[in-house]
Design a protein. Sequence first.
Length: 442
Amino acid sequence: MTSNSRLSRRAALKTMAAAGIGVPFVFSDMAKAGPNDTLNHASFGASGMALADIGSLTASKHVRLVAVAEVDNNRTAEVRKRFPNARVYQDWRELLDKEKGLTSCNVSTPDHMHAPITMRAMQQGIHVYTQKPLTQTIYEARQLTRVARERKLVTQMGIQIHSHAVHRTVVAAIQGGAIGKVREVHSWSDKTWGDRAARPDRNDPVPANLSWDMWLGVAAERNFLGGGYYHPGNWRKRLDFGTGTFGDMGCHILDPVFTALALTAPLSVRAESGAPNAHNWGLDCQVRYTFPGTKVTTDRVSLTWYDGAARPPAEVRNLIGKRNLSGQGSLYIGADGILYSPYIAAPILLPEARFADYKMPQPGGQNHYLQFVEAVRGNGRTSTSFDYSGNLTESVLLGCLATRFTKTTLEWDAAKMQVTNNKDANEHVRRRYRKRWEVNGL
């Protein structure tokens, strides 16, 4: 998806929470880098979401695409046509080794390669726009956040809907106290990035245009399976490469929840359904978190996620009356009312009679991509820097992890990055990279 708008991150939401109001966010002084007339930009990925990211970033006259890395030569035609002067590599490591003077980059690859490429780029002082989910594991998210902060780099996660006017309106209404202290939230997506079938037992020929070794990257070696089983899109379903529906859409749909409620790290998480099999993420997940309270919530706040065919129970669905539940969205339950937020659609306050005279805040939208460009140039700051999006990603990935241990409440110690009551769960906090693909810091 692409969008021309944008929303806020933790520093901004702290300001709003302290003020107790919902107003447009202003990003002014705290520049992350000195002003540059033109950013020398590289893209990791050349088609699909990567091409959309390239187009949105180069919409600024201050961005020059100088290099692209893409493991599939058949997916470079459009970028070559639109940017004939950009150098094209198949190996992202070669790009980083050879392209000196890069200012910024976007990392728009399958999930499993987000962290290694982002880390290498940051270690070279490159400002980074990385697609969601920021990483595939909790440990990777924590490490990227740390390095970005230490090196004072401009970062942005590709949750462009964060900046959309309707999601900014949700945040402003909640933080302005429209429904009082929030005690629970229910969020859902009807996407089905999972697979209950076993992995096929075959070895298909690798297309000449594709470097299978490069595509695997940090993941363990395995046979190539054609028919789109992995490449170019179904990798989202596979345990070693994607993060399922939850990882794909949780970072989008839970983003306004985290921002509006100023959520930190969860205290516990429990998956009721959605267990993966040996190779694929599960379907129809239901995952419930408990978070510590904030200024806009009760002492404890629960957040429940549903995907695929799973949906909130009837008593929750009935809160929106005779309306059909949207395919994706959230429902906030507060002391003084309900806020129903269909995904990328105008929020609705309920009961309607109580809010008949309420004027919904109108913070407007922002341009998520150009915000990143201007922050790199020294003008303002980003709204989903890794300081914010790292925490969001960690929490979403903890939910993904929980589906491996259904019907079990996992107690989470965020400071230690440990599940305190289940040793086996901690095996999934971090992954070991394939030999020859190790990256310092990960």
